[in-house]
Design a binder for this molecule. Structure first.
Ligand code: APR
Length: 341
């Protein structure tokens, strides 16, 4: 999965580069800056001393010393004032400059803390959104795996409104697997009866004849539909990519799936993906709920109302929000696994 949100201590991440939320002196401090310097040891400070500081929004790279990462990329986030003093642009620049340095040093994996969201006071949900937007743009053009490392859950905030909307949707739809289905049936039976089927009037019968003819004409459409019933997941995926006028790369990048997995699916007509992978493609293709269910069925799965993960996906599809990074933010907030490989 090219962009992952994980709970961890960044100093423990086994990646090519970790990013430090430093200050302009680059001589250490508190928060993640302090944690990285403590873990890396005095060699890191000694090298930082040779760099002559770093401007806000810029980034500089050093060795990793005693941390598992090969490099530490030091970037200086903006101190948040009121959001009207160019803070967002500076924070975006921190991520962009750090990613550029990582790419320059052939890093395949990079881990970011939520820059400026601690001592520098950047509102956490906005800081997360900036991080996700800049990183996902970068990943559309570059092959890299990027981690956003959340140290403590309190540091992780997506908009309260989104959280309450989703929580409400879960309440409305979540059917606990222990639900007393007979009680559920009685409740359903209490609903007004379905309108009885009416006998067809003469005019209806004529129009039915018309429909009948149309049906004949649409036979090839019917054939196409029948063909789709027994197509595999992989065949449906490739058909949908063509129908949507997407390239393979656009589809798997938007699905937050790496190229290797996509080529496995493309080359094996009977490939059975995991449920998060199948759903990631449904989101990338912006399928309707019915098409999503159909695609899931071809992978051997179904959406279930006794599964919060499924209900959250259904929530976003029902809202027409197919931004997989926003969906993953929400899944992470509800302690669910993320979409993608
Ligand atoms: N691993 C991952 N994330 C961490 C860790 C850790 N070990 N420790 C802290 N964080 C998180 C915080 O929870 C916060 O979400 O890093 C994020 C950034 O917080 P700060 O470290 O306070 O960085 P920032 O807000 O950018 O302020 C930078 O603080 O430490 C000083 O020298 C630093 O002056 C600079 C300022």
């Amino acid at each position: 999965m090219p962009l992952e949100i994980v709970r961890n201590d960044i100093t423990k991440m086994k990646v090519d580069a970790i990013v430090n939320a430093a200050n302009e002196s680059l001589l250490g401090g508190g928060g993640v800056d302090g944690a990285i310097h403590r873990a890396a040891g005095s060699g890191l400070l000694a090298e930082c001393r040779t760099l002559g500081g770093c401007k806000t929004g810029k980034a500089k790279i050093t060795g990793g010393y005693n941390v598992p990462a090969k490099y530490v990329i030091h970037t200086v986030g903006p101190i948040y004032n009121d959001g009207k003093h160019g803070e967002k642009a500076l924070l975006e620049s921190c991520y962009r400059e750090s990613l550029a340095l990582a790419k320059e040093h052939q890093c395949e994996t990079v881990a970011f803390p939520l820059i400026s969201s601690g001592v520098y006071g950047y509102p956490k949900d906005q800081a997360l959104k900036v991080a996700i937007d800049v990183i996902s743009d970068f990943l559309l053009e570059n092959e890299m795996t990027v981690y956003i490392v959340i140290f403590d859950k309190a540091a992780y905030k997506i908009s309260e409104k989104l959280i309450s909307d989703i929580a409400e949707y879960i309440d409305d739809n979540y059917v606990d697997e222990h639900t007393d289905y007979s009680r559920e049936r009685i409740r359903m039976n209490a609903l007004p009866p379905m309108a009885p089927r009416t006998r067809k009037k003469k005019s209806d019968i004529d129009s039915f004849k018309m429909c009948d003819c149309k049906a004949m004409l649409a036979e090839d459409d019917l054939d196409a539909k029948l063909k789709q019933i027994d197509e595999s997941f992989s065949q449906m995926l490739l058909r949908k990519i063509d129908e949507k006028g997407m390239t393979d790369a656009e589809c798997y990048k938007k699905a937050n799936i790496d190229r290797k997995l996509f080529s496995k699916i493309r080359s094996d007509v009977h490939y059975k993906p995991s449920k998060p992978t199948a759903l990631a493609f449904a989101i990338s293709l912006e399928l309707s709920l019915a098409e999503t269910e159909d695609m899931l069925r071809k992978a051997g799965f179904a959406l279930s109302h006794s599964n919060k993960f499924d209900i959250i996906i259904e929530y976003f599809i029902s809202k027409g929000n197919y931004n997989i990074f926003e969906i993953n933010e929400a899944l992470f907030a509800f302690d669910q696994s993320l979409l993608g490989a």
